[in-house]
Design a protein around this ligand. Structure first.
Ligand code: COA
Length: 161
């Protein structure tokens, strides 16, 4: 059975492993990056579990800035718990569990939490091929991002409540 729950620090090995399997090396966040993110904004990490096995996760911090800068991926100290925008730095679902709606549920969980917390919206960056995926969840494409994360071209997507 699928369950979405808040992450805790014991999930770190599974999270770092899934990240390695889902992203090219230049884009994947390292275990030490996850360690510092979890120390600072564990409340903004959710995992998807099937029968107790973690198969995906979503995470990102909160900021008053309306766009994601590359520094944010590495520097968790830029998190501002009272900020306006919930950012999504990563959405990962293991290949063998894709296309079952898990990614959608993880993003929806972030959106609902951001609403409950009184945020102004949710912000993320994605590659060209996923623009329509996020548009399907209500995000609007604001055009090419300044991000050069991992040497790829990214688009700024936002969902303002
Ligand atoms: C993107 C990702 C999280 C989607 O997770 P998921 O659980 O399969 O997503 P859902 O089941 O909610 O939605 C599936 C739909 O997403 C779309 N989609 C997913 N991945 C896609 C891709 N690479 N290219 C185009 N469309 C894609 C399709 O429309 C698909 O619908 P379909 O099955 O009717 O064709 C997953 O593919 C993943 O982890 N990819 C690698 C990491 C990544 O790129 N993360 C996003 C960073 S912005």
């Amino acid at each position: 059975m699928l369950k979405i729950r808040k992450a805790n620090i014991n999930d770190i090995d599974a999270i770092a492993d899934i990240e390695k399997r889902c992203f090219p090396a230049a884009e994947a966040a390292s275990k030490s990056t996850f360690e510092s993110r979890m120390n600072i904004f564990i409340n903004h990490f959710y995992v998807a579990e099937i029968d107790g096995e973690i198969v995906g996760f979503v995470n990102g911090f909160v900021s008053d800035e309306r766009t994601i800068r590359d520094e944010m991926f590495e520097d968790a100290s830029l998190h501002n718990e009272s900020g306006k925008y919930q950012m999504i730095f990563g959405l990962d679902v293991l290949k063998e569990h894709r296309r079952k709606g898990i990614g959608h549920k993880l993003v929806q969980t972030m959106i609902e939490a951001a609403k409950d917390e009184g945020r102004a919206g949710v912000i993320l960056t994605c590659k060209n091929e996923l623009i329509s995926y996020y548009e399907g969840m209500g995000f609007i494409n604001r055009g090419a991002s300044k991000s050069v994360h991992g040497g790829a071209v990214w688009y700024d997507m936002e969902l303002i409540f």
